[in-house]
Design a protein around this ligand. Sequence first.
Ligand code: SF4
Ligand code: MSK
Length: 661
Amino acid sequence: MADKEKPLIAKKEKLPTNIRDLTICEATAQMIERARRDGVETTWDRADNMKPCPIGAQSACCRMCSMGPCRVAGKDPYEKTGVCGATIDTIQARNFARMVAAGSAAHTDHGMGMVDLFRGVVDGKITDYKIKDVLKLEAVAKSVGIETEGRETMDVARDLCKELERTYTQVEGEIPFAKRVPEKTLEVWRKEGIVPRGAMREIMELMHRSHMGVDQDYENITRQISRTALADGWGGSMVTTEISDILFGTPTPVVADVNMGVLKEDQVNIIIHGHEPNLFESVLASVNEPTLIAAAKAAGAKGINLVGMCCSGAEMLSRHGIPHAGNFMSTEAVLCTGAIDAMAVDLQCIKQGLVKVADCYGTPLITTNSRCHIEGATHIDFHEHSPKDCTDEIVIKAITRFKNRKAVVEIPQIVNKGVHGFSYEYINYMLGGSFRGSYRPLNDNIINGRIRGVAGVVGCTNVRMKQDWVHVELVKELIKNDVLVLQTGCSQIALAKAGLLTPEAAHLAGPGLAEVCETVGMPPVLGLGSCVDNSRILIAASEMVREGGLGTSIADLPVAGAAPEWMSEKAIAIGQYFVASGVYTVFGVSFPVVQGTKFQKHLFGGLEAKGMGKWDFAIDPHEIAQKMIAHIDKKRKALGIDKARERVLMDMADRQKLEVT
Ligand code: SF4
Ligand code: MSK
């Protein structure tokens, strides 16, 4: 029988009526106000009219066959089974499996597209993109055992491309980046039989095993869930990040502007929203085309203003300092400025509701990817072989809309400057010095207690939470307690808007972390890019283990992760690959399991007993922070470095006392 505990979901009745209770993003709040004045419907209105199904939220229903759908929710979910006899644990595990399969498929299909692009470049069939970062190419090649000494760049690239293809297509053996996993972590995976073979095989097998009447043992299903998620984190996502760096450059810190104030009333404003950097890179080339700049000027504009949103926006922010207008929950709101002359999207996290909002303000909404059409949007197909055919047309459409702008323009005048573009390679040099790049100083500062631990705070924003608030409060609490925070995706943008991605934010950090930040001149919150760039956090964790002094597996490290406002299936896949890699991971909003069931306990503790990490859940940011800090302290104690921290804090208290007297 399940424990009688409260469900793992936030109370989701009607949304608050005060707009300032829906979001802490002032620009978004202003645009929700405008939408209401203009009678334009947004996600917030739809969420208010859509009470989430409490049975679905707990994953207590099954619709895997037409003898159902079967609901097994109730006071005791073990009292009932589905018509076929499936128990609550089987039902939840299969539902969870399909979320992980979908999330992993999204990342790995994105990665497959990057491999196709890379192959086209090395074969000379695609000429609009080039290998930009040869050092990165060589480093990645070496990491998977490819000889680079004295060889032509293109020969190395060709071998690397073939090797990375195995990440997807291999049917036997271990994926190439398994070579990057710390030995003890890999041992745990081998013992459990969860080292991924190839992403296609793992996703296919997970879909098969979660079909009606196949795998009906929640522990066995969880094994394939982990294997598939690892094929994403150490496979599809990692390949995406590495090839993007090779083709477009590895990010290094860059000062850039975030928030809706980056829009310019007197310029042609183009927003690119989605996940694949190749579209965005090509639009960047188009907006710098002298003929198109001249056309914009002839239409009365002072120039063309290219702006990002969501995750491809976060990548362009990191690589080129391209301004960013906001995260997932602001994509409809930004259209309400009336200032957007074209919004072009590729794939993932594109709300269908954008079509109607764009229509209300006369903005062309352009889909570009053959995998993502939206009814009512204009489709211009993007091809890497002739990318500018598509992206020049996007710019021309934007110029035409500028010339005929009818909507009243109202741009919230809010801009937040911050430092973006940290990669795991850069963390090497930032802390280790330009002559001796190494993770030694980071590890030493963790061992001596100045830095208590490292947290990854990532993921989406969600209409069911006060937008950005949970991210910001959580990160403030973590850095106040000397926890260095790494960020990606929409969470990074939330913190950038709150002004925490600046070296000056060090004054909000605890004394130890502040001292490190001030010495190095870095922010206490480091932005690493988009949601596929969570793989950078995995590599950073591996480097910390390899450097020594913090245990022998990722599970030994004083680190923790959180996605406090998650919404997409990709986030569940990310959470699972962090947990399977050994990281304690806390999610907010809701967790798709029934509290107290065997499957829930397996995710929230059983995996840890096998040498992996574990899931946890909390809604309140301060509670999430306390849970993460408690875990970090538990790991410090196990490593025997808890005493060092006590001494550091005593020293600081003494120093403060001295300063007062
Ligand atoms: Fe019901 Fe079993 Fe069919 Fe699921 S697979 S819908 S539990 S009968
Ligand atoms: S865009 S997956 S809302 S982070 Fe990557 Fe943001 Fe989450 Fe989409």
